[in-house]
Design a protein around this ligand. Sequence first.
Ligand code: ARG
Ligand code: ZN
Length: 853
Amino acid sequence: RTRFLADYRPWPFTVLETRLDVTLSPRGTRVRSALRLSRTGPGDLVLDGGKGLRTRAISIDGRTLDEADLSIGEETLTIGEALLPDSEFTFAADVEIDPQDNTALEGLYLSGGIFCTQCEAEGFRHITWYPDRPDVMAPFRVTIRSDLPVLLSNGNPVASGPGLAEWHDPWPKPAYLFALVAGALRAVSGSFTTMSGRQVALNVWVRPGDEDRAGFALDSLVRSMRWDEQVYGREYDLDVFNIVAVDDFNMGAMENKGLNIFNSKLVLASPDTATDTDYERIEAVIAHEYFHNWTGNRITCRDWFQLCLKEGLTVFRDQQFTGDMRSAAVKRIEDVVTLRARQFREDAGPLAHPPRPDRYEEINNFYTATVYEKGAEVIGMLKRLVGEDGYKAAMDLYFDRHDGDAATIEDWLKVFEDATGRDLTQFKRWYTDAGTPHVVMTEDWAATEAGGTLTLTLAQSTAPTPGQPDKPPRVIPLAVGLIGPNGDEVRPTEILELTEPQQSWRFEGLGARPVVSAHRGFSAPIMLRRTLSEADRALLLAHDTDPFARWEAGRSLGLDALIARATGTADAGAAYIAAIGDFLRDAAADPAFAALVLRLPPEEEAASVIADRGLTPDPDAIHAAREALAHDLAAANEAALAGLYDAMVVPGPYAPDAGPAGRRALRLDALALLTRLDGGDRAAALWDSASNMTEKMGALGQLVRTGRAAGALSQMEQRFRDNRLVMDKFFGVQPMAAPPADAVAVARRLAQRPDFDWKNPNRFRALVGGLGANHAAFHAADGSGYDFVADWLIRLDPVNPQTAARMFSLFETWPRYDATRRAHAVAALDRIAALPGLSGNTAEMVTRIRAAG
Ligand code: ARG
Ligand code: ZN
């Protein structure tokens, strides 16, 4: 069933208070609820509930209703208007649910003996009958009854005794922010004093034995709380802040008020079990969920179409935070790499949708790169257009005006208009229109006696996307600077605001023809097309003052080299190899940045650029081209790479900070290239000597790629067989890094192992997603990659539809490949679409993906 934004109607009641009394038991948890309601409009009382609710009794003001007075359907409970008191009344329900049977991990479920909840987006309806929509907000009072030692819910603790705990959350919230946790957990604790002097108790709850891996999460939380005060003036508003780590979780983490629940891989870290990348993600996600306290919880969304109101903004804020904690330039490049890999791909395929969609079937399928990452980019553009001061004034007004509200994108834009006086009518298209605009930039140089004038012309267009044939022009802020022929910056960054299909700008009084450094900082989520000679790109890589544009110049040379080789020119790339050679002389100056420059473009990106140029990518040719290019790049720069590999050793004990992490990253990127020459000798030596997981995994990836990993893998298994997170790496690295010709067989073998606990989302994603990330293996010409993934998604769908459906996006690029591959992909999709009893989540994904091509 399709839901439409245009159908929004307010609920005809207000919930003055929600009381829950929950008696926990694995097979029969009793949930007694009492909702104090007040009528605000005409209509029946309609509540949401799932199939798993065993309803024992329903009452109004203490009077139990007969079955005749109620109508209980598949998804709703209705009490007719005539049976309801006129003004205030109490609705009460007594239901029983089965957390142990809940493999979908939505609502209340058990994970390794821990009771926990996941309610966003529509999980609360699997706990009890309720108006499960984000615009219905209420204070909650919760009683938990259980013999388990730790009993947690939202808000502040008000009472606890043997077998009982009571919690009160004074801040009105929608049901999706409800949480409950119970188990034998241990806390790693700290405290935080807010800017107004309030003491907050902080706890990170983990399973006994995991305490020594929770310190970094706690430290990240403290830094997040301080940052949100300093940068956004936002203070925490309860006496306690609890974080819980659970092993079975459909996504990363959840911002439940005062009780964030996390996938354990985003909490637990120690030097010998987590990589630098894991640490950086933990820091970012702890911050993300904490920042939701204001952007998401205090101000929530009116309906799920507005999801990017909280997610885009909170991603933008967590990106700013990471930029401040680490290197802003490196973080920006990393974010662009992810955006292009996930969101551009989504925008160019059958699943394209705007950051604020106007229809959906299953909201859980819309927690996408477009809503999250493009949603964040749109805010970055807004900030660029209104400036730092305008942004700050608008944010202050947003918090002031909408605290306690369930708001919309219109409310958000109005705040920016009111605070800055800017008309955002055209800008709003970024929220309502899907697709990545293409901007073509052309240059015209008119020489004069003294020098000359440069005219830049920008032309924009956006290809149609499903359901949106016409794409009117958008507001595109394009940041440009000019670099003189000797490498000096002759014009600093300025923002060209493109609003028409085509516009020109003149730069006068230039001494000599400059090289245009365009799209600085990746100032808009567009694809920029321009003709720029290899020499000019090499100049930008060497001299640009903008780190993104500098990196982009190298990336563009690398992509062209890779694509030329993949489509015919066997030895292309001399300019790229020479430019990287020059760059390496200075690489040690900023190792984290240098690591990004040194990394070859991924095969998937090459495939997408080839498709964007109207050609058919050949995954095998792209893979071979990338291997050969890596080899030639290494051979031409062997001494410099070997020098860096030795120089980037980090002395002393492991620290996850940006400085040493950057050195390790550069060292490992040098290793990846050197392995092309030494066949894996350095990687084998590093595996033996490394004392941290970052270097271990860097070495292991190379050993798997070169077929020398057997010993390392068996050592890993010996040492870490009881550590689920490390074993996820074991399951992931093999299909991902194996030579494509072997990867499907490797994945099939791993899937036979008794410890392939496929009902655990992390383990499933490690193996099946690992194969999906091996471009040439997933897109194997014989269809074996598609079949492997399809078989497993078919198996997972009845158990955990949410996780299964979201992984279908692996198939979203099928129309870009050749006829043989397309036929295999279509066969796999049709096989799935024909299955009886397919979940609504998966059915929607398969239908939308299959409709393309
Ligand atoms: N709000 C959570 C976050 O971004 C994610 C919840 C995802 N929920 C879902 N059903 N996919 O922090
Ligand atoms: Zn979020």
